[in-house]
Write a protein that binds this ligand. Structure first.
Ligand SMILES: [Zn+2]
Length: 327
């Protein structure tokens, strides 16, 4: 058996599609249908991932034309990137929410202004230009990893979708990615949770230009909502399926509470820019890893925006950048 494939109950397969980042892999799930299969989140469009899919199909005994549907939990490139490539070969529809699709077009569409918007945001928050140049270079590298982009059909939260033998409830799950969906099946109590709830990893919560400005509030609200579901088995976008869904949600909520307190405390000791605080929290060595630095910077901003909205800190303009201070 290919080490990237694990068999789950009901004949479902978990495929670990390789990623060239510290996350190491993204989970794709293959769901047997009466005719052919549905693929959830095919992965990022790297040569390694494409090679893996050929090996997976040979081993699992299906071909491109057996893929009848491609369903995306959300629009991030590690989930969405290979959808167009798979669609071209399978001639299958790709499903995602309209909101997620709008984000994909905004980031990787022909007229994208996203790198400029990120630059403006990060410079305003104290990031040096030369570091921003490296982030922009890294961002531009994603275009080929999500190309060709798929033709998509829309799903909406609140609707039901048949996957395998059951009907699933589609749940709006904002905060990590606006437009993201979780899929819940009440009879078997399974939850396909994308990156909204991950074991061992704290899902990234980022301020993204053009999206709502308090993603952490949206994320925490979504976690509270998800906690109300009775889940026996959770199928995440990274790492492995797990059982203690509610316990993991509590840990994530606790993590963000502690992080908010720590940041407010650091700003009491010394007011500073978001970039300076990001380096205090995550370490200056991230300068050598523009991909992780972008996540760290946007996550720092998400916490600062949350604290500011709560009235625990405020920002003031000093020279070229905004300085945050505790109240
Ligand atoms: Zn992901």
């Amino acid at each position: 058996m290919n080490t990237n494939i694990s068999t789950l109950e009901h004949g479902w397969l978990q495929v670990k599609v390789p990623l060239p980042f510290s996350l190491r892999w993204v989970n794709s799930y293959i769901i047997p249908e009466r005719e052919g299969v549905t693929v959830i989140d095919p992965g990022l469009g790297t040569p390694e991932a494409k090679k893996l899919w050929s090996a997976v199909m040979a081993e699992a005994g299906f071909g491109w034309k057996d893929i009848k549907r491609i369903v995306l939990t959300h629009q991030h490139p590690d989930h969405y990137g290979l959808a167009g490539y798979m669609q071209e070969r399978a001639e299958a529809p790709v499903y995602m929410t309209e909101r997620s699709h709008a984000y994909a077009l905004r980031l990787w569409g022909k007229e994208s202004r996203f790198p400029e918007a990120i630059r403006e945001l990060y410079i305003r928050h104290g990031m040096p230009q030369e570091i921003m140049d490296r982030i922009e270079h890294n961002l531009n590298g994603f275009i080929e990893l999500v190309s060709p982009q798929p033709q998509v059909q829309y799903l909406s939260a609140g609707q039901r979708l048949a996957l395998g033998e059951w009907e699933w409830e589609l749940i709006d799950a904002p905060g990590h990615a606006y437009g993201a969906l979780c899929f819940y099946q009440p009879d078997i109590r399974w939850m396909i949770c994308g990156d909204q709830v991950l074991p061992h990893i704290t899902p990234n919560v980022s301020v993204v230009p053009g999206e709502e400005q308090d993603p952490l509030e949206a994320f925490l609200g979504s976690l509270t909502d998800l906690k109300s579901y009775d889940v026996a088995f959770a199928l995440p976008g990274h790492r492995d399926p797990f059982t203690d869904f509610g316990g993991r949600i509590d840990e994530l909520i606790g993590h963000h509470g502690r992080r908010l307190d720590k940041m407010a405390e650091l700003l009491t000791q010394e007011p500073c820019t978001a970039f300076a605080l990001c380096e205090t929290l995550f370490g200056a060595r991230l300068r050598d890893n523009p991909h992780n630095l972008r996540f760290a910077m946007s996550e720092t901003l998400a916490h600062l925006y949350y604290l500011e909205r709560e009235g625990r800190i405020r920002s003031r303009k000093a020279a070229a950048a905004l300085i945050y201070e505790s109240l």
